[in-house]
Design a protein around this ligand. Sequence first.
Ligand SMILES: Cc1ncc(COP(=O)(O)O)c(C=O)c1O
Length: 489
Amino acid sequence: MRRGKVLLPFTMPAMPGTVGELRNEIVGLDVRVPVLGGGERPYIFLDNAASTPSFLRVLRCLEAFMPWYSGVHRGTGFKSLLATEAFDAAHTMVGRFVGADPSYHTVIFVKNTTECVNKLANRMGFRPGDVVVTTLLEHHSNDLPWRRHAAVAHAAMLSDGRLDLADLRRLLAVHAGRVRVVAVAGATNITGLCPPVREIARWAHEAGALIVVDAAQLAAHRTISMGDPDDPSHIDFLALSAHKMYAPYGTGALIGPKAFFEAGDPDAVGGGVVEVVTRDRAFWNHPPQKEEAGSPNVTGGIAMAEAAAVLQAVGLEAIEEHEAGLLAYAFDRLTRIPGIRLYGPTRDLSDKVGVITFNLEGFHHSLVAAILGVEGAIGVRDGCFCAHPYVKELLGMTTEQDQAHETAVLSGDKSAMPGMVRASVGCYNTWDDIDALVEMLHRIVNREYRGTYLQERSSGAYRAEGFVPSFSPYFPYLDDFAVREKVHS
Ligand SMILES: Cc1ncc(COP(=O)(O)O)c(C=O)c1O
């Protein structure tokens, strides 16, 4: 008799073929959440730029994989062989998703985009005097890692939030001969604007530099292609986060030329990265293993690959069209709200993914976000979104104002922290989601919200008086976690 259950009763779910079918693919789409005053409302998720929900097919893929889960590459048992095959294939699938050439590129699984850029900055082998040209539009992840290693020059923003391409070219000329890297967002997380990376790649290559594209906000919204390495407009390095492409299981991917990673030492060393080690020497493995130190996140890599397969099956063009329709509808309705200030372009939205940032005159951004969450059951985000320089520029802050805020924040007071509210759509959002947002914003500007909101000085966040929801009915494991915490404290 067999002991235990080895195989799950499992039927392979059908691959979605249309954008409409993607709605059935969203884990947690139909949840209801508590709201101020009692009762529950269906949750509307408009925070996809931060992290998307999981595709159901990705979750099902992991359920099917978990009975076979095992560490990869050095195990000899069946499970390890299976897991290794799946994990290696996941690299190939993610490469295919971004048009990588398997004979030229390598796909390195890391934690997220932040780790991708840090790895690149560590691995670039900068010399004194080297310059990185980046832009004022970047997420801190595509700015701070470079600052640690090289002089960084930021191309300016135009008055509508777009990248000032002339300024970028000016910087390339000013620093001619010293620019090693041009680092640019494929889409910004503040305005959703997509700089013309192909054109920028050509300029970078003309200047003798490599181009790094932060595709964290782009990957789930637009087709990306590394391009032919012989074409001057090709992309050298691409960074992605799976949690922004419907696979929030802890993985990101860095794609770049194999030859680049064959050279030099890996940035992190330990298990997995070596072919052979003696008492005083180590000989490195080939990429990607050379760059994936320690036991890799096998589950995360498989999840990312499956999410990429779903996005490709539906087609990024179809997703782009759907999201462009949502964006146009949203801007049409939002621009009619009295006292709203929208950041970035409001008319020509063609080079923009579904990120909408705004403020309501007379309302702190954090108050608006709190009311949307607590009364409207709408998940958004507020603040400076890890892109402080860009946000402050869009807000038109002066250097003096910036310094005053810096002093206040460093003294523990975030109550006047500058910021915006951000609503961001994904492939599954609908016109109804936009309507719900717009309706709540009208209620806010008309001061028809019901709660009393108090601001916390240290975080700047607003909390509704008397709204203290219990989370464990929604996620019962929390009780278990709380018990463990008590036992260990
Ligand atoms: C444009 C952009 N780049 C980089 C990142 C960093 O991504 P991660 O937090 O997954 O490292 C983000 C995250 O919001 C982003 O929006």
